[in-house]
Design a protein around this ligand. Structure first.
Ligand SMILES: C[S@@+](CC[C@H](N)C(=O)[O-])C[C@H]1O[C@@H](n2cnc3c(N)ncnc32)[C@H](O)[C@@H]1O
Length: 248
């Protein structure tokens, strides 16, 4: 594959384009099959790899700076990988860990940031509905390539496979992480309008992250992060045995 084919690769559903060192690093670390990678600064790539990802090997072809800039104006490296085969969404829903559902997210940076925090928090998968392809190169840039660390699906219709469907909405009841015992589907709405009436009607519960007076809502990706880590830290605290009684 050649650098001039990167633009076309963005429109090929079986391929994904990775822009920037962190996106390429994570993709390779989590098993991406690279079909090509290009840099104008091999020394910088070597230095970054040695410093930040000594476990990863990135074989990049060296190209001219102007040539690279014409394809990716903001990155020192670009790569094309095969879009991985994903497990069936129903098998993801049958597994352990919460599943994040983004209903029609609009901003690809938010979508990517949600994938990134879902991967970090150990979610079972992330699903989206609506117009955006979650594997768009801008979303992959936002996730720093962590799409490769968990299943990321684009669904036509919402599926839950019998899991509890929890709607995250600023006007819900305050989230009590201790009430959420089993792995659920955690649903988040669009940036401007929030969750649809259909999803709210279908949800088993509507919960809110408490906010100070006067604040309308959190940013979408921030809400995903706060929810997943609120649940994760509460679960960890429950597993930690209480300190030994010094009088016994
Ligand atoms: C920017 S907000 C949308 C705001 C929208 N006006 C609303 O009322 O939902 C995007 C999504 O983040 C989640 N969100 C933001 N703040 C939240 C909060 N305090 N509690 C629960 N979810 C929240 C919701 O899922 C929301 O649909």
């Amino acid at each position: 594959m050649q650098l001039k084919e990167v633009e076309r690769a963005k429109r090929r559903p079986e391929l994904v384009v990775l822009e920037g060192f962190h996106a390429v690093k994570h993709a390779v670390r989590f098993g991406a099959e690279l079909l090509g990678a290009w840099t104008a600064d091999p020394l910088e790539l070597e230095t970054l790899t040695a410093r930040l990802a000594p476990d990863v090997r990135i074989a990049a072809e060296v190209v001219g700076a102007e040539e690279l800039k014409a394809v990716v104006p903001r990155a020192q490296i670009v790569a094309v990988a095969r879009r991985p085969d994903q497990p069936d969404p129903d098998s993801v829903l049958a597994g352990s860990g919460h599943v994040v559902l983004l209903e029609d997210p609009r901003h690809l940076g938010n979508l990517g940031a949600a994938v990134r925090v879902a991967a970090a928090a150990g979610a079972a998968g992330l699903m989206t509905t609506g117009r955006q392809d979650p594997w768009h190169h801008d979303a992959l840039r936002g996730s720093a390539g962590l799409h490769f660390a968990l299943p990321v699906h684009h669904l036509r219709t919402v599926r839950t496979q019998g899991r509890e469907l929890i709607a995250l909405t600023p006007d819900g009841d305050d989230l009590n992480p201790l009430e959420l015992r089993a792995a659920a589907v955690l649903a988040f709405g669009t940036e401007r309008d929030g969750l649809s009436d259909d999803l709210l009607a279908r949800a088993d519960r509507r919960v809110a992250l408490p906010m100070a007076a006067g604040v309308s809502s959190l940013n979408l990706a921030t809400a995903v992060a706060a929810t997943l880590y609120g649940l994760k830290l509460a679960a960890a605290a429950q597993r930690t045995p209480p300190p030994a009684d010094p009088d016994r």
